[in-house]
Design a protein around this ligand. Structure first.
Ligand code: MN
Length: 382
């Protein structure tokens, strides 16, 4: 049997909020990314997998601090000393926009059993009988994909390693997007006959297909990830061609998104005590917490005791209270919704929006209207 660990999106060097870790004097969230990665490495040293595949965004940025680099170097040497191969592709977060900038990954090239793939192109890494088809963040992922040649003439394994959003061709639209401007989209419909596709980029651990998984990130990096379990995947290949994928959870910083307080039916006193109760009930100590206070009248907001709230939330790593103000004209706007028919909205969009100079606005408008009419006719027929 063969055992592979698949992880992704460790974003080492990420830092956020103002809390400082007392032991190190460093940003608490930065320390958190180090600790989860170390937790993973400790586990790997104990379990001794045949290989570790990291599907990109090992670092949070193109230029990590010396501290972040030094930390990763130390952990990779631990794995190398134990003889565990480690393959990592460059993700969109750590890939420089200009080639001249150079990649931080080049530093790790010299460590035995560490394979870094960052040169804007497909590379094949062979570890015993496992062929790892690795594509880093690059200019044209579909073009690089064509270079993949599976080896099916022995009993070896073929694994693909990618950092991108997967294109759902049935829908058809990219899914598993992170909303970042430079993210890649890949069609995996033609990636068949692989034993496993190890995906990175989307931060929630997800089974995309029987043979394709996102490992997810190892920490929660935004409130969108508040309900995710965080960890890594163990992929076991049996002698009989069978496969088993097991999710292992890692201990991470607690993140809580509290139930919002809707102020519309509350008086001033009730609003104040609701805020206070929510804060105290969640026991904010060492957590990252968000509380939304919706529809709060301006005069109530101005009479809040901010010093007292600061005192109540001080023990949290981060406690953010988001106030959304009540507007007098809201009932008015509810009666007259801002959205009109698709047709009207489209024409308004064409009129107001600046589109690239190479696009013929009149032609775009004509095409858009034509498609909408066709669609309307189709739906009438049904
Ligand atoms: Mn990414």
């Amino acid at each position: 049997m063969k055992k592979i660990f698949h992880l992704a999106d460790t974003h080492i060097g990420y830092s956020a909020y103002r809390r400082i870790d007392e032991a190190t004097g460093l940003n608490q969230r930065e320390v958190d990314t180090y600790e989860t990665f170390k937790q993973f490495v400790d586990y790997a040293l104990k379990e001794n997998p045949d290989a570790i595949l990291h599907a990109g965004d090992l670092f949070d940025s193109v230029r990590p601090t010396n501290r972040a680099i030094s930390f990763v170097l130390g952990q990779l040497i631990r794995l190398s000393d134990a003889g565990i191969p480690f393959v990592v592709i460059s993700g969109n977060h750590e890939t420089p926009r200009l080639k001249e900038t150079g990649s931080v990954f080049s530093l790790f090239e010299h460590i035995p059993k560490v394979y870094v793939v960052y040169e804007n192109k497909y590379e094949l890494i062979e570890i015993d009988d496992t062929r790892v088809h690795a594509i880093p963040h690059c200019d044209d992922i579909e073009e690089e994909k064509k270079k993949m040649r599976l080896n099916n003439d022995n009993n070896g394994f073929n694994v693909a390693l990618l950092h991108a959003s997967v294109l759902d061709t049935e829908y058809p639209a990219p899914i598993f997007m992170m909303g970042e401007f430079n993210e890649q989209i890949v069609n995996i419909d033609d990636l068949t006959n692989f034993d496993y596709l190890a995906l990175g980029h989307f931060h929630s651990y997800t089974k995309v297909r029987e043979d394709a998984y996102y490992a997810g990130s190892t920490e929660r990096f935004s409130f969108n990830e508040v309900n995710d379990d965080k960890g890594f995947l163990e992929v076991r290949f049996g002698e009989d061609g069978g496969k088993e994928v097991i999710f292992h959870e890692l201990r991470t910083r607690e993140m809580v998104d509290l139930e919002p307080i809707v102020c519309s039916s509350l008086d001033e006193h009730e609003i104040k005590s609701a805020i206070k109760n929510r804060i105290q009930e969640c026991n904010p100590q060492n957590k990252v917490v968000r509380l939304k206070v919706q529809d709060i009248p301006m005069h109530v907001y101005h009479s809040l005791d901010f010093d007292d709230m600061k005192r109540l939330t001080r023990s949290a790593v981060h406690f953010e209270i988001k106030y959304e103000f009540h507007r007098d004209n809201e009932s008015f706007s509810a009666e007259h919704p801002a959205f009109h028919s698709l047709h009207t909205e489209f024409l308004r969009f064409i009129r107001k929006y600046t589109i690239g100079a190479h696009i013929d606005k009149a032609k775009l408008k004509e095409l858009g209207v034509k498609y909408m009419q066709e669609w309307e006719m189709d739906s009438e027929e049904e």
